[in-house]
Design a protein around this ligand. Structure first.
Ligand code: ADP
Ligand code: ADP
Length: 225
């Protein structure tokens, strides 16, 4: 099974004469352990595709399958449950809770998912250590460098053990060297956990190191060769 499948997805905004057709038959299968770069010019529909893949929006037509399960017939609550359990998200700006430590930022989502604090903290410490942040667990986001903030954000995204990782310009805010380092963190996590990752980026050097590269052309997903 693909971890995530978009099958002939269409997405239109507006009605009648002002309709904008953003996606028009977009198909994509993300395999476990595979990292896919999404390289698209501004306005091509990258955010739309990520929102649909993250089950935040519903397509106008077509189907989105998570772990082989069609999501179009699910209720909003079922979709939210699936998103929380299966999908992690990393943004361009870390979106960590500023008043909480790095550790707490990883503990909270796990507790919301039902884990006891001790278990959540153990998992958080393990992840932070894996990402080279063991000495930073008590630091608040503002006390971390940009690269460290993004690595904590990546750790948070995978804390609940999702199968799918969606990232929107996760290194877009970083200098090239730090971006490379954060990217290596992502890549090793994908390898270690068998995550399927879809990573929107403008960084061609990093895209070249991913398993596949796709773009959005005329509302469809096209492989970049
Ligand atoms: P990207 O992320 O690639 O820049 P988006 O997915 O944000 O592109 O948007 C693609 C197109 O869809 C743009 O032309 C944008 O103006 C339009 N669009 C996006 N969201 C909406 C919306 N809620 N209502 C109307 N048009 C929208
Ligand atoms: P929360 O789950 O924290 O209550 P949302 O899921 O509504 O909040 O996230 C807020 C914003 O973050 C959304 O409007 C969207 O832009 C983005 N976002 C969050 N999760 C995802 C996801 N899985 N896929 C795509 N975008 C996401």
């Amino acid at each position: 099974f693909a971890a995530l499948t978009l099958d002939a997805v269409e997405r239109r905004y507006g009605r009648g004469e002002t309709t904008v057709e953003v996606l028009n038959g977009a198909s994509l299968a993300l395999l476990p352990g595979q990292s896919v770069a999404l390289i698209a010019p501004s306005g091509a529909g990258k955010s739309t595709l990520l929102h649909l893949a993250g089950l935040l929006e519903r397509p106008s037509a077509g189907e989105i399958l998570v772990g082989g399960k069609p999501t179009s017939t699910m209720s909003d609550d079922e979709r939210t449950g699936l998103r929380r359990g299966q999908i992690g998200f990393v943004y361009q700006f870390h979106q960590l809770l500023p008043e909480f430590s790095a550790l707490e930022n990883l503990v909270l989502p796990q507790m919301i998912a039902g884990l006891a604090r001790a278990e959540a903290a153990a998992r958080a410490r393990e992840l932070l250590a894996y990402l080279g942040l063991a000495k930073r667990e008590r630091h608040r986001p503002a006390e971390l460098s940009g690269g460290e903030q993004q690595r904590v954000a990546i750790a948070r995204a995978v804390a609940n053990g999702p199968k799918i990782l969606l990232a929107d310009e996760p290194t877009g805010n970083l200098d090239p060297k730090t971006a490379g380092h954060v990217f290596d963190t992502l890549a090793s996590l994908v390898q270690a956990t068998g995550l399927a990752a879809l990573i929107a980026t403008h960084n061609m050097e990093l895209a070249a190191r991913m398993d596949r590269r796709v773009t959005i052309r005329d509302g469809r997903v096209a492989e970049v060769t």
